[in-house]
Design a protein around this ligand. Structure first.
Ligand SMILES: [Zn+2]
Ligand SMILES: [Zn+2]
Length: 151
């Protein structure tokens, strides 16, 4: 994997995508749907060595696995764009490997509630479901451990 790019303002991982103007970086769809404070222009910087993001699915766990995926445009998010692989924590990787997507959504909703102090609105929940369904169709191979991970 190449070095991740993060936002200097909020310290979250950014998604890069290419258009006529070159490469631009945006906050990720999962962070946007997660109600994180990303109402600012992303300031892309290379992640410092040892930086670890969070699980792209539940946003709570430390990523340990890579879910290989094609780029896709998610439903309900015409301006969003998913680039490349997703990172998954141990639990989410297990659930995804077993094709238990409803449990992945439940996990995401549970951590949303813990963080925000209120249940995930059903609209967001539906959007997450749709996003994961589209992702599932774009997975290109088996889930594999993040390379160079000794722990
Ligand atoms: Zn930011
Ligand atoms: Zn997770």
């Amino acid at each position: 994997m190449s070095q991740p790019i993060i936002c200097k303002v909020c310290n979250l991982a950014l998604d890069g995508f290419t258009n006529e103007e070159g490469v631009t970086y945006r906050h990720t769809i999962s962070d946007a749907m997660d109600g994180k404070d990303i109402n600012h222009e992303p300031v892309p910087i290379p992640a410092p060595p040892g930086w670890r993001g969070h699980c792209d699915f539940c946003t709570a766990g430390v990523p340990k696995f890579v879910v290989p995926a094609r780029d896709f445009t998610p439903p309900n998010a015409p301006n969003g764009f998913s680039t490349g692989d997703w990172a998954a924590c141990e639990w989410c990787a297990l659930l995804i490997g077993a094709d238990r997507w409803p449990s992945v959504v439940k996990r995401a909703a549970k951590h949303f509630q813990r963080r925000m102090g209120f249940p995930m609105p059903s609209k967001s929940r539906k959007a997450v479901q749709a996003l994961y369904r589209t992702l599932a169709e774009n997975i290109t191979g088996p889930i594999r451990p993040i390379e160079g991970d000794e722990s």
